[in-house]
Design a protein around this ligand. Structure first.
Ligand code: NAX
Ligand code: ADP
Ligand code: K
Length: 499
């Protein structure tokens, strides 16, 4: 607890010092009855000794005794939250330079209730200057990221021992701000526990990204068959094919109506327009912008071929309604929240009660797992944070993008990038070249890991494209154009053969 409190106090002191002198600055700790409140009070005691004006708002009649004694001994002021004074104490707290939210931690069951809930709801409206959450924002479920409102949005969450899954999955991640990890000596014992969520790091991505061997040729690099776009949504075809080409695929075979093919070839003359399914491919991308009987039929036919030939497939948008009864893990579905709700509702295994888009957005981790388990496919759920569930239940999550990526066509670019990676990696992933094993990814979860690589590359490309405009807005095309730079820097930095 002392290590946790010290780490928390250090983070608060550093942030406050970036705005004003520490001595004389004010901090209010909202302390609950458990050990989370204890951490907050011990941290505030350290800050009081460093000259800060400290106030503790006690949210329960009895709080951590030792921590309270340390706080009082350090000169801290104590006020008791009770029925009737929540609003007054919210105003008092919001006036301080920093608020430490130590109401509930990992021992929470459900959310804040009664006076603490009123206090937090009022505080959230008052928009405090700086909020630091102790371990996790109170009201957030540490294991799932589900949120029991009201929750006080944190600027920084200082978390102890390990990053909780709830800080990496929405909506929890959206409340946590920047997450900082403080080591408290329990880390070794955590190594034997399999994590709820995995996020690939720069070096993981560098390891898993496919790279051409010296004697590569376009066929050995992987050919991607694409059934995307339609007369109505020709742009989706152009974007996904262009993104696939920029993500390093050996070749793209495009199947679709002439009007869409013309746009595809104008944007990507490197692609081939095919009028039937006979050309060999290593992977398929089906569905982005697919509309109308004729194009749906092409997607269906390609899906049947993929099943017969055991090829990996990206199943996007319009093709999500064409799933076989049971998909293999190398079928990667790429719905957004609305499409995932529709998909779940179409499955016989989903009960009478319909799943809504709101349900998926409130419990994305739960529903992405459910979809993967019930379809047998790998499911990549798009959003601010992208979650990828393997049918085994192992989930990856990547969150490198920017909200500017919420723009039409962005998903088509992701589908193209993923298709390109699948075509390139299809062979090696089956006979694992050791890269996945080195990262402790089970054979069953390799497709999910590769899908997470695609999500990360896509997110980074969006962030890079926006950075090119000083953090300004971007188009889906700009995301695609940034993909080679992302792949280049990740691969170059971690290529072990580089001198
Ligand atoms: N587990 C560890 O190894 C460590 C834990 N530490 C701290 O301990 C925290 C966990 O402590 P606790 O287990 O005491 O849990 P909490 O501090 O979350 O408090 C749980 C207490 O609040 C009550 N409670 C639960 N849900 C409630 C609700 N919705 N409304 C009101 N009261 C509620 C419970 O009855 C229990 O008494 C962590 O978040 C972290 O801050 C750190 O001190 C470092 C070490
Ligand atoms: N707020 C956000 N922050 C980061 N990335 C986002 C955000 N919103 C959407 N994205 C990403 O943008 C893409 C949008 O895809 P999708 O919803 O299919 O759009 P479209 O159908 O218009 O192409 C997804 O990859 C998603 O993860
Ligand atoms: K907390």
């Amino acid at each position: 607890m002392q290590r946790a409190a010290y780490g928390l106090a250090q983070a608060v002191a550093r942030e406050v010092k970036s705005i004003r002198k520490l001595a004389g600055a004010s901090v209010t700790v909202l302390a609950g009855k458990g050990n989370n409140g204890g951490d907050g009070l011990f941290a505030a005691a350290i800050l009081a000794r460093r000259g800060m004006r400290t106030t503790a708002v006690l949210a329960a009649p009895a709080v951590h005794q030792e921590a309270l004694a340390a706080f009082v001994a350090a000169g801290g002021r104590v006020v008791q939250l009770e029925a009737g004074n929540a609003e007054e104490l919210a105003v008092l707290s919001a006036g301080s330079d920093c608020i430490i939210d130590a109401l509930l931690g990992t021992g929470a069951r459900g959310g804040l209730r009664e006076a603490p809930a009123e206090l937090v709801a009022s505080l959230q409206e008052l928009r405090p200057r700086l909020v630091v959450a102790c371990d996790l924002p109170s009201g957030l479920d540490a294991n799932s990221g589900e949120v029991h409102w009201p929750v006080l949005d944190a600027d920084i969450t200082v978390t102890f021992g390990g990053i909780k899954a709830g800080l990496m999955a929405d909506p929890g991640e959206g409340c946590a701000g920047r997450v900082e990890l403080v080591a408290i000596g329990i880390e070794r014992s955590l190594e034997s526990i399999s994590p709820e969520l995995r996020r690939l790091t720069d070096s993981d991505l560098g390891t898993l990204l496919p790279k051409p061997g010296r004697r590569a040729h376009k066929y050995s690099r992987g050919v991607l068959g694409v059934v995307a776009g339609s007369a109505r949504f020709a742009g989706a075809a152009a974007l996904s094919v262009h993104a696939a080409a920029l993500a390093g695929v050996g070749m793209v075979r495009y199947l679709g109506p002439q009007s869409a093919a013309q746009l595809v070839l104008a944007r990507t003359p490197e692609a081939l327009w095919e009028t039937d399914h006979s050309g060999r491919v290593q992977a398929w991308l089906l569905g982005s912008g697919v509309d109308g009987e004729e194009q749906l039929q092409r997607a269906k036919e390609a899906g049947a071929l993929a099943l017969a030939d055991d090829l990996p497939v990206v199943v996007d948008a319009g093709a999500l309604s064409l799933l076989p009864e049971r998909c293999p893990a190398h079928w990667i579905l790429t719905p957004h929240a609305g499409e995932l709700a529709t998909l779940l509702n179409s499955l016989p295994s989903t009960g009478e009660v319909k799943v809504t888009r709101d349900d998926v957005e409130s419990r994305p981790l739960h529903f992405v797992r459910q979809a993967a388990e019930q379809t047998g496919a790998t499911v990549l759920l798009k959003g601010a944070t992208t979650l990828v569930s393997s049918p085994s239940g192992v989930v990856f999550n990547q969150s490198e993008g920017t909200a500017w990526m919420a723009t039409a066509g962005s998903g088509d670019v992701l589908a193209g990038v993923l298709g390109a990676l699948l075509a390139q990696a299809a062979e090696s992933i089956r006979h694992d070249d050791g890269a996945y094993a080195a990262l402790c990814v089970d054979p069953a979860d390799r497709w999910a890991a590769l899908a997470a690589v695609a999500a990360s590359v896509h997110g980074r490309a969006g962030a890079l494209a926006s950075a090119d405009f000083d953090g300004g807005p971007i188009t889906a095309s700009a995301i695609a154009e940034a993909v080679p730079r992302v792949i280049g820097s990740l691969s170059a930095e971690y290529d072990p053969t580089r001198p």
